[in-house]
Write a protein that binds this ligand. Sequence first.
Ligand code: GRF
Length: 199
Amino acid sequence: MLRLGVLGSGRGSNLGAILRAVKERPIPAEVAVVISDVPDAAILDIARKHGADAVCIVPPAPRGPLGAETEGRIVQALQDRGVELVVLAGYMRIIGPEILAAYPRRIINIHPSLLPSHRGARAWEKALAAGDKVTGCTVHFVDDGVDTGEIIAQREVPVLEGDTPAMLHARIQEAEHKLYPDVVESFARSAKMNFPLNA
Ligand code: GRF
């Protein structure tokens, strides 16, 4: 069983998709803990509803770097539960050096564009503004940049005539809910966790 630690700040729809896939497929993995920086984030309720450990670790500064002390607490919470793979699911903070050092090539993120296009926030709006005909989502390893780490897998999503930002974002999220569980499953089934995967 691959032990997962999921970090998120918001709705938690990707966590929900992963939890469903773990149970239904099933995937040889377990969500050992869900950690949020936002006390009332829905992702914590989803974790509790599924019986997963839900932990809130609020950084001292509302924005910007987590800081060494907070990162240390996050690493401790992950290690206490034997987490092997850290899964970022809408975590709106930059992962800093302490967490990166504790989990080298063991932290993944999902981003709502076909990286390297449209890094950073609200990527679907950037795809619309650029007039892209195809966008999508990407799962990548996390490094010390913003959405710059090595790409693991991608899934394409068409941009349709008359799309609003909300419509496009919803279509991308549907794709995320397929791609992220697929990647987690590949990690769980791969002993070494250094596989190439193309969805
Ligand atoms: C996703 O769209 C993901 O691409 C981005 O944050 C969002 C999280 O959504 N990194 P949710 O909290 O999983 O619903």
